[in-house]
Design a protein around this ligand. Structure first.
Ligand SMILES: NC(=O)c1ccc[n+]([C@@H]2O[C@H](COP(=O)([O-])OP(=O)(O)OC[C@H]3O[C@@H](n4cnc5c(N)ncnc54)[C@H](O)[C@@H]3O)[C@@H](O)[C@H]2O)c1
Ligand SMILES: O=P(O)(O)OC[C@H](O)CO
Length: 330
């Protein structure tokens, strides 16, 4: 099968490497022409995935047309806020009824739409089938071929099974789930809770506080997720609880790192200007905060993270406000 991967950040590069090592014909769209040349000639991505030897079989290129030529499966792994723009560029180069797997995790801030809606809208003339790849998966661990299990949300069972078989390897186990909305929302919302967990840990609030944030964060994810059409059970799976636990506890998480730095007194602007990589939770916090208001869903952790990120609220105050809320049933 010929797979085209769009986006050569840490995740797109890693996925392309998994597919190429498995023996699939794999092309990779690299936005930065110099980086494309480095991947092609040195089989390394020193910018986003340093110290990982990549398969020499990856056909890296900065030209979308070259990368998409005769692709049977298109995997998109660009930061969420760029997804629509990249798909708009790709649209005239795609066949009718393309199969698109989106591996981005977040909400489009301008429209408050989840990624599957962005894919469906951007490509609607082509009648695409789409699937969402999500779940606990740090690029660096997947790239080292450490055991990883993820979810593929796809409403088309037949194509979902085909993609599951194409993407799975001995170290990368793909589960299917027909609840596309639930799968994608878990991956988007966990990033906000990871920022909160980073803040709590950075303030030295200990393991009890982190466990409470993860558990109440799961309740928050499930509440909004169901209000947006996801199934409760999906939030208990890999793309929900699994990814939440990973990003709230694993120091490889960029979102958790943002929280840790905020707790140490750095401003959001300084943190972001020092980061080359994306921390999707920053923009998704604003999007989810607004969705909570629009849908009238209570999201206390998201609200505090929003105020810390965008209203310069003191992080310790945010945590005390969470603790001081009206007492409730669980
Ligand atoms: N890194 C991971 O471990 C991981 C795992 C699972 C899912 N994801 C998701 O994958 C998506 C991509 O993240 P990443 O970690 O690969 O990114 P990254 O932070 O490693 O790299 C940033 C990427 O953004 C691209 N970029 C910058 N400006 C752009 C523009 N104007 N238009 C298009 N692209 C632009 C860069 O070329 C680069 O590919 C995110 O939604 C992320 O949540 C990441
Ligand atoms: O580094 P993060 O916080 O973007 O997390 C990466 C992946 O989403 C983990 O599953």
């Amino acid at each position: 099968m010929h797979i085209a991967v769009l986006g050569a950040g840490s995740w797109g590069t890693t996925l392309a490497n998994v597919f190429a090592r498995k023996g699939e014909s794999t092309s990779l769209w690299v936005r930065e022409p110099k980086l494309a040349a480095t991947i092609r000639t040195q089989h390394q991505n020193p910018v986003y995935l340093p110290d990982i030897a990549l398969s020499p079989e990856i056909q890296a290129h900065p030209d979308l047309e070259t990368v998409l030529k005769s692709a049977e499966l298109i995997v998109v792994a660009v930061p969420c806020q760029f997804l629509r723009g990249v798909l708009n560029e790709a649209r005239p180069l795609l066949p009718k009824k393309p199969f698109v797997i989106c591996a981005s995790k977040g909400i489009e801030l301008e429209t408050l739409k989840p990624m599957s809606e962005v894919v469906a809208e951007a490509l609607h003339e082509l009648h695409p089938t789409y699937a969402m790849l999500s779940g606990p998966s740090f690029a660096r661990e997947v790239a080292r071929e450490l055991p990883t299990a993820v979810s593929l949300g796809c409403a088309d069972t037949k194509r979902g099974k085909m993609a599951q078989a194409a993407l799975s390897t001995e170290a990368f186990r793909v589960y299917t789930n027909s609840d596309v909305r639930g799968v994608e929302l878990g991956g988007a919302i966990k990033n906000i809770i990871a920022i909160a967990a980073g803040i709590s840990d950075g303030l030295g609030f200990g393991s009890d506080a982190r466990a409470a944030l993860i558990t109440r964060g799961l309740a928050e994810m499930s509440r909004l997720g169901q209000a947006m059409g996801g199934r409760a059970q999906t939030f208990m799976g890999l793309s929900g609880m699994g990814d939440l636990v990973l990003t709230c506890t694993g120091d490889l998480s960029r979102n958790r790192q943002v929280g840790l730095k905020l707790a140490h007194g750095l401003s959001l602007m300084d943190i972001l200007s020092d980061m080359r990589m994306v921390a999707e939770g920053v923009k998704t916090t604003e999007a989810v905060f607004r969705l909570g208001q629009r849908l009238n869903v209570e999201l206390p952790i998201t609200e505090q993270v929003y105020r810390i990120l965008y209203e310069e609220k003191n992080p310790s105050e945010g945590v005390s406000e969470l603790m001081g809320r009206e007492l409730k049933d669980e």
